[in-house]
Write a protein that binds this ligand. Structure first.
Ligand code: TXA
Ligand code: MG
Length: 348
């Protein structure tokens, strides 16, 4: 398949033409990769079963992993969902457009292929201007997972999206580097109290300020137990991972740096390090990737996936990662890193 690529941050004057092309593709049952404020998505018409099914093939995504439905007008929620609780309305007012996906009971409009047979559907109203323009022009809801090939870290730039999706979709729209850098928060409003299935750009603290009690699903920070049935099918799969194994170094700062420096000196050409700004000097010789500033959780979220993906272009055999505290967006960063590391930590 030949993919038409538009870099709208380099050529903003082409936006109208590009969006018209992409919207026509969506209406015709094709696939479009597009930027959002969280990560790039791979979209299809969410009301078209066959179009939605193409996404699973293009990504190599397991069939039982449901897709999020994107809209550019909250009026769609009443059509796509059976009932809309007051809590959803409050959250939509506060956080939409933005990085929050609400799980609600789906209406018959949404094909089972989109939700992998589940009775709930995730709805999200993204804020990225290119995503909004595309959704408005297409005039249909668009189901879109992250635009990575299954298992890889999500793409946050046009280059990363092209790397994974060129030849697998009809159009790719580029819109700069995704501001948030990790995927949306997935909040289940079908259970009481509301439950965060995946932490993201809208934080637990922000949700609690509106709703009061909000629980964080155990799978966010711990591996599934033998035989345990996940509430979010996505949590079953290895995810966000570079090819080399990742270990989270969970030690006090000085001890962590000492341990990593030792590992680097033992095998400089094959040891990867994911760390904070200002540590490069001490760890020089290793394959060092800075993903943000210590204590600045938003900068870490923004840089995480690009840094993880970049290791695959090196000879790295093992990666040691520093992981932030779980406050604010730090919970989302820690969740993605734990998944990338398959929950392997070095604690002594
Ligand atoms: O920020 C985002 O949400 C991005 C951009 C493109 O919008 N999309 C995204 O989609 O991250 P995806 O498919 O990569 O992740 C969706 C996650 C999966 O873990 C999936 O299992 C979960 O949300 N999910 C979707 N619908 C669900 C449902 N009805 N019940 C439980 N989990 C659901
Ligand atoms: Mg994904």
């Amino acid at each position: 398949m030949k993919t038409r690529i538009y870099d709208l941050s380099a050529e903003p004057e082409r936006q109208q033409e590009a969006v018209a092309d992409a919207a026509a593709v969506l209406r015709g049952g094709g696939l479009v990769a597009f930027p959002t404020e969280t990560v790039y998505g791979l979209g299809a018409n969410a009301l078209d079963r066959q179009a939605a099914q193409k996404i699973f093939a293009a990504k190599g995504r397991p069939q039982d992993n449901p897709l999020i439905v994107h809209i550019a007008d909250p009026a769609w929620v009443d059509k796509l969902c059976r009932s809309v609780p007051q809590s959803a309305k409050l959250l939509m007012e506060q956080f939409w457009p933005g990085p929050l996906t609400l799980l609600l009971e789906k209406s018959a409009l949404i094909p089972d292929a989109v939700t992998a047979g589940l009775s709930s559907v995730g709805i999200r109203f993204p804020s990225h201007p290119v995503a909004r323009a595309l959704l408005l022009a297409a005039d249909v809801p668009v189901c879109a997972p992250s635009a990575n090939r299954s298992g890889r870290p999500s793409p946050t730039t046009l280059a990363d999206t092209v790397e994974d999706m060129a030849g697998r979709c009809d159009v790719i729209l580029g819109g700069g580097s995704s501001e948030v850098g990790v995927e949306s928060t997935v909040l289940d409003l079908t259970s009481v109290p509301p439950r965060i299935l995946r932490p993201g750009g809208v934080t637990a603290e922000q949700l609690r300020a509106v709703l009061g009690e909000v629980v964080i699903d155990r799978a966010v920070t711990e591996p599934l137990r033998e035989g345990e049935h996940p509430r979010s099918p996505g949590t079953k799969y290895r995810h966000y991972a570079p090819k080399a194994p990742v270990y989270i170094v969970d030690l006090p700062p000085e001890a962590a740096l000492r341990l990593i420096a030792r590992k680097v000196s033992e095998a400089p050409d094959t040891t990867g390090v994911l760390c904070y700004a200002g540590m490069e000097q001490e760890l020089r010789g290793g394959i060092v990737r800075v993903y943000g500033k210590k204590g600045d959780q938003q900068s870490l979220a923004h840089g995480l996936f690009e840094a993880l993906r970049s290791f695959d272009q090196t000879d790295v055999r093992v990666i040691y990662a520093l992981c932030p505290a779980s406050d604010g967006v730090g919970l989302a960063v820690a969740n993605r890193l734990l998944r990338a590391a398959a929950f392997q930590k070095i604690t002594e």
